[in-house]
Design a protein around this ligand. Structure first.
Ligand SMILES: C[S@+](CC[C@H](N)C(=O)[O-])C[C@H]1O[C@@H](n2cnc3c(N)ncnc32)[C@H](O)[C@@H]1O
Length: 314
């Protein structure tokens, strides 16, 4: 094991930290034996699985993808300019923690306004030092906003309100440095999940964590970007899963289980009929303000047999 502390540097909707054990016992033998060269994660989000797997196992290269420009920008900064990022966050944290609640709130909205105002001046394809300040602002907003999430309105503006945390940890130097070191073998891509095909061959392990198929209308609040991920996208993803399976890659995918709501909903069984589908229990937000949490099942779909197959009951 390389480090104890390689974890997401952002809180992200649907973070998979709590399911790592379930993923670990279902990893393909090839990953455990070091026979896979490449790890690919097409919907990286906060990266709980990416950081865990890249820390725990040996890969020559990793490729992470997301359509969220701000997220990709932040990963790029953590990879290339972590020390400058830490310096900015040190200042921000010191300043913020000295303020009373009212002044903190003013500071928060000042940063949020500036963040939204300068959105258009960032070119997501061209790395630029201005990204470092922007990544710091994103981390600050993520750690101090209500519920610690990333959410944008229809204009693409970050719109989560101020959160009244007493002593938020804005900077965790150890996590940022460990993450930066892990990102060294990793290419960070802004793009649709299907763009990852070119990096996948029979020596690749791919983990897919697409946006959830909403449990019900109100839970579709987890909109990470302006673009929603509807049933058509889930079907397109299933077609892509078949395509990568034909290349001989090892594949794992998770999603929410529609049977939580409707036992007769066979959406994923219909999309992945020839693959292994396990059900595991998870806790997650089940209403739109994220406060009501409940035990629900999640699906783990693999294109190989897992040790746990015989334990699952369908
Ligand atoms: C890791 S999170 C999913 C977590 C969890 N399954 C949920 O829905 O809460 C999904 C990530 O996919 C990204 N995403 C959405 N559509 C995408 C697409 N077409 N291609 C690649 N990434 C996409 C989002 O920006 C988000 O960061």
């Amino acid at each position: 094991m390389k480090t104890q502390n390689a974890k997401p540097f952002l809180k992200w909707a649907g973070g998979k930290g709590q399911l790592l054990k379930e993923f670990e016992i279902r990893l393909p033998e090839e990953v455990r034996k070091g026979l896979t060269n490449t790890y690919v994660e097409p919907f990286v989000g906060g990266g709980a699985v990416y950081f865990y797997i890249n820390n725990q196992y040996q890969f020559d290269e990793c490729h992470i993808f997301d359509v969220n420009e701000e997220l990709v920008l932040a990963y790029t900064v953590v990879k290339h300019d972590v020390e400058e990022l830490i310096e900015i966050l040190k200042d921000v944290e010191t300043t913020y923690l000295q303020l009373d609640t009212e002044k903190r709130q003013e500071y928060f909205y000042e940063i949020r306004n500036k963040y939204n105002e300068f959105k258009t001046s960032i070119q997501p394809q061209k790395y630029n030092k201005a990204w470092i300040r922007r990544a710091a602002d994103l981390i600050f907003l993520n750690k101090t906003c209500f519920n610690g999430l990333f959410r944008v309105n229809s204009k693409g503006e970050f719109n989560v309100p101020f959160g009244r945390h007493k002593k938020p940890q804005i900077l965790n130097q150890e996590i940022l440095r460990n993450d930066s070191a892990l990102l060294e073998n990793t290419s960070i891509h802004l793009g649709d999940f299907s763009d990852c095909a070119r990096y996948v061959d029979e020596k690749t392990f791919v983990y897919f964590d697409p946006p959830y198929r909403p449990l019900n209308q109100t839970s579709s609040f987890t909109s990470y970007s302006k673009d929603r991920f509807g049933d058509e996208d889930q079907k397109r993803l299933a077609g892509f899963f078949h395509e990568l399976d034909a290349k001989g890659a090892k594949l794992m995918l998770s999603n929410s289980d529609p049977k939580n709501e409707d036992p007769n909903d066979h959406f994923f069984e219909d999309l992945y009929p020839e693959y292994t589908i396990d059900r595991v229990s998870a806790r997650r937000a089940i209403n739109c303000n994220g406060e009501r949490r409940g035990e629900i099942n999640e699906l783990i779909i693999t294109n190989y047999k897992t040790e746990r197959n015989d334990l699952s009951v369908f």
